[in-house]
Design a protein around this ligand. Structure first.
Ligand code: CTP
Ligand code: CA
Length: 224
């Protein structure tokens, strides 16, 4: 553990974290999902708790386990559930980090019965989900708001665009081009961009160490 006894820089602070994928129902037995493991979000929750914070972790379906007296886990399924939970808690928190891989689209209509196989093709009409992070950015008052950006090309430009568009204080650019980075792995290679577009590049490291880097940056920016 990185926790140093007697050094709790986030003591008295509340931190909200979204993690994992979301599942968007197609019918009673099927959904649209993604390969997010939830590891990064859970590491962030653990790190925040070890820094003394009270943590609310809003997580989509994952296999992650975290038992910590300072972490409360709210399990959700869909983007809509995550949106509602996040808005329920946002007013009370000092720091919010959206690390979830929220589905961008969901079936426009959820079939009430299992869809039977029929023709050789099946079309399912999709509509956009709510953007949890952008919606928090639009109403934020004094919360320090952190987002992630998963990019494969023009990474810095895309990440800076999200930082501005979603009104963030910090964005964590996740490079999918790097071996050992991404959804399933235990390691990540990130670049942090702050609201002044100051850029810090980090080496490939464990997600636990990436979580520590992210909180060091938050502490420097907000509580130094
Ligand atoms: N995010 C969110 N709700 C959504 C979509 C994204 O809260 N419906 C958040 C993610 O948790 C992440 C950030 O927005 O912190 C960026 O997610 P990303 O998928 O990289 O960007 P999008 O804005 O969805 O754009 P695109 O997928 O088209 O690149
Ligand atoms: Ca997306």
């Amino acid at each position: 553990e990185n926790h140093i006894l007697g050094n709790s820089p986030l003591y008295g602070k509340k931190v909200m974290i979204t993690a994992g994928p979301t599942y968007e129902a197609i019918d009673p037995v099927r959904f649209i999902g993604n390969h997010s493991s939830g590891k990064m979000g859970f590491e962030l929750a653990k790190t925040a708790a070890n820094l003394g914070a009270e943590v609310i972790l809003i997580s989509g379906p994952t296999n992650q386990i975290l038992q910590h007296s300072a972490v409360k886990i709210n399990h959700v399924i869909s983007a809509q559930d995550m949106y509602e939970q996040a808005h329920m808690h946002f007013n009370d928190v000092d720091i919010a980090i959206c690390a979830a891989a929220v589905a961008d689209y969901k079936p426009k209509e959820v079939a009430l019965q299992k869809i039977k196989k029929d023709d050789s093709t099946l079309n399912i009409e999709l509509e956009k989900t709510k953007d949890v992070l952008a919606s928090l950015g639009a109403i934020k008052t004094n919360q320090f708001l952190v987002g992630f950006a998963l990019e494969t090309n023009n990474e810095l430009e895309h990440a800076k665009g999200k930082l501005k568009r979603k009104n963030l204080d910090l964005i964590v650019l996740n490079s999918l081009n790097d071996k050992g980075a991404g959804f399933k792995s235990n390691t990540n290679k990130v670049t942090l961009i702050d609201a002044k577009e100051h850029i810090t590049e980090f080496n490939l490291k464990s997600k636990a160490d990436v979580a520590q880097d992210i909180f060091n940056e938050i502490l420097n920016q907000r509580y130094a």
